[in-house]
Design a protein around this ligand. Structure first.
Ligand code: IPD
Length: 302
């Protein structure tokens, strides 16, 4: 019910802020010590630190205390298991304790905790908190999404919505990510898609080129969603996201008036499937998207 969601939201906001303190402490520690705190997961660009695990344990324990009947899917626990158990229809918290781990390790301030609540495979509540900037985004199904921003005078609560009309994809600022799959096929397909988004398509120069204003790759799936929700990015496209990367972002973007789908538009509505081979696309509702995605796992279509 909406009363339950309200209570869960307060809980998640407090939890995200508490986790944020550990992330900040971890950031200071990691930047002042040698990099042997960093471990590789499936390859040398898929990284984890003891702070990812610490934050996840903190969040999992608090959730288990307050919502013992809810399922919990955390990035680090799942990576350690080596497999993602199928998502059920029951209420499920999907948590990325540190989204943007690579940024965290390098001291690049696009780092957040992402807490999403999924029910019947739909994202219904999300909190994304960047402790470096002290920006907290949240959204609840049918209740809108907001950014709570600290400022020198008073805290700001900004409703998220697109500030201006986007006439075409050529006027867009677009987020893409390299992700951690750097195999030859994947890297080539991504590069070609990026080239089409950025390249000049006139006079047959770059086939299908839309020459968007520019591309950004800030290294956090959740913060890409948040930026799309606040209108500072117009579109975000990535292949290979997991539920903890996207659950919170989906509801925040949708509540701001955005569309979430796979890039062949087969998964309208951003159903959380747990299949990381799906591409994820979020952006403004009425942009026509052509020829962006051409990846090994892509299902084809405009
Ligand atoms: C990753 C980041 C990155 C995205 C990857 C994610 P992590 O999450 O969001 O931007 O490209 O798909 O897995 O490993 O930093 O939690």
């Amino acid at each position: 019910s909406s009363a339950d969601l309200k209570q869960i939201l307060t809980f998640c906001i407090d939890l995200a802020r508490e986790a944020g303190k550990t992330i900040l402490k971890g950031s200071e520690a990691i930047l002042s010590t040698a990099s042997d705190d960093v471990e590789e997961k499936k390859n040398s660009v898929d990284l984890v630190t003891e702070y990812d695990r610490q934050v996840e344990a903190l969040v999992r324990d608090k959730i288990k205390q307050s919502y013992p009947d809810y399922a919990f899917v955390g990035e680090e626990e799942t990576s350690a298991l080596g497999t993602l158990p199928p998502l059920t229809d029951g209420p499920t918290f999907c948590v990325d304790p540190i989204d943007g781990t690579t940024n965290f390790i390098h001291g690049f301030p696009y780092v957040c905790i992402s807490i999403g609540l999924v029910y019947k495979k739909r994202a219904v509540l999300g909190v994304i908190y960047n402790p470096m900037l002290d920006w907290l985004y949240y959204g609840v199904e049918s209740q809108g999404s907001y950014l709570l921003k600290s400022s020198s005078s008073a805290p700001l609560k900004l409703p998220l919505a697109y500030p201006r009309h986007l006439p075409s994809l050529s006027n867009a600022l677009i987020a893409v990510e390299w992700g951690s799959d750097r195999t030859a096929d994947s890297t080539r397909a991504k590069s070609e898609s990026f080239a089409r988004l950025a390249g000049d398509g006139r006079d047959g120069q770059v086939k299908g080129g839309v020459m968007a204003h520019s591309l950004r790759s800030v290294g956090s799936a959740a913060l890409n969603f948040a930026a799309v929700a606040s209108g500072s990015l117009d579109l975000y496209w990535e292949i290979g996201c997991w539920p903890w990367d996207v659950a919170a972002g989906i509801v925040i973007a949708q509540e701001a008036g955005g569309l979430v789908s796979t890039s062949d538009l087969s998964l309208q509505g951003g159903e959380v499937t747990g299949d990381s081979s799906d591409t994820i696309l979020t952006g403004r509702k009425y942009v026509v998207i052509r020829g962006i995605a051409d990846t090994p796992n892509e299902k084809g279509g405009d």
